[in-house]
Write a protein that binds this ligand. Sequence first.
Ligand code: FPP
Length: 248
Amino acid sequence: MSAPSKTERPAVAQHVAIIMDGNGRWARRQGLPRAEGHRRGVLALKDIVKAAKVRQIKYLTVYAFSTENWRRPQAEVDVLMDLLVEFINSEVSELKSEGVRLDAIGHIEELPARCQEKLAEGMAATRMGRNLVLTLALNYGARREIVDAARALADAVRSGQIETQEITDAVFSAHLSTKDLPDPDLIIRPSGEWRLSNFLLWQAAYAEMYSTEVLWPDFDEKELDLALDAFAQRDRRYGAISRTDQTS
Ligand code: FPP
């Protein structure tokens, strides 16, 4: 699917990105192990993918595992990796029939082999999907992504493929892992936090932020609608002035 230009600004959110936060707190409040919170987080993700498609969102990008999440106890990391494999196993045929294309960003080559294989299988099976692109951010960190792009551009300058002056916003964007995605319009963070936590730092330049106290496992399509309604009320000026102020 060809991505719309990064300067084309839609009135409705066509790219929604979500920091799926609060699984641990949800589990603690229910007196359950953290792993159960993550399991319920996957169920929430399944529902939100369906809801996003129905609402004609074209790109849904979810933060599933950050470069910092390796610091968690090994048992929790293992649960998250197993859940990734189970998610693809259980969802791939439905994603395919719904026209959802599965993709991933992040250093996938550092994930356990079983995850890499399953992701490759899921992406290949759904590659013809045209309704929604579901991008899983896995072993993803925005600073690392930006450093990777800077290194690639430095190499390109050194080898004479590009002049320093030719490096623009667009050229830089084209060296990020999100090069095939438009910038996110709306970034949702459940669990009452407003941090970006190293997620899409470059791409979020003009994204609208939305946060809710609801924890990710409880985030359902009603919550998605509240976020989309809030987005629809925002006056996106991109550094210019509001349309209503232009005549005064
Ligand atoms: C943050 O909650 C959540 C994560 C680090 C993992 C997000 C992962 C999922 C929703 C499930 C995995 C999905 C796939 C497709 C693999 P937290 O544990 O930091 O919550 P807390 O801040 O309340 O402790």
